[in-house]
Ligand binder design. Sequence first.
Ligand SMILES: Cc1cc2nc3c(=O)[nH]c(=O)nc-3n(C[C@H](O)[C@H](O)[C@H](O)COP(=O)(O)O)c2cc1C
Length: 178
Amino acid sequence: MNFSDFENLVKTRQSCRDFNDKPLEKEIVDKIVKTARLAPSACNSQPWKLYCVTDNEKAEEVRNALTDAGKNTFLKNAKAFIAVAEKIMPLKEDVLKRFSSNHFVKYDVGEMVAYVTLAAESLGVKSCIIGWINTENLAAALGLAPDEQCNIVIALGYSDIPVREKVRLKEEQVIKYL
Ligand SMILES: Cc1cc2nc3c(=O)[nH]c(=O)nc-3n(C[C@H](O)[C@H](O)[C@H](O)COP(=O)(O)O)c2cc1C
């Protein structure tokens, strides 16, 4: 892959809020998560567990936890969900002396979620990261362990929606050379 391929992948990845009816095979979800788990993390701690939901009944339970208060109604057509549970994992001793045990967890999870969305896009699978979650209901639906917490879910499926122009802050607002 060269830079132009990567740039194209990044520009094509967009939050999908209009999934079509095409089924999503479990094997594709498997490819996505097995690649995303290779993401880097502080001290290689990998403070995550990826719950893959492809079963229709379970997907409905997850969907309910992501659509309360009338939010995210477009998820009715999402074909699979990858719920990312965070869990505190051991860090190196010198790192722990300076930083709390959860200091890097959200950065690590964010990095891995980016891998999920880009892996999906490379396979032609559309995604939407979901942060609007009824965390208690989701934990019950997933059967999370007491030391796991899920604040991010990635909805997956296919779509016929064309690629949109990215809406972002101006380059000079977010990039500064010294
Ligand atoms: C942490 C996080 C939480 C998000 N939660 C939601 C959500 O609950 N519902 C939704 O429709 N989009 C959600 N999004 C998608 C963002 O709105 C979207 O990434 C942003 O507007 C940029 O648009 P783009 O992804 O199409 O480039 C979330 C994104 C992130 C990174």
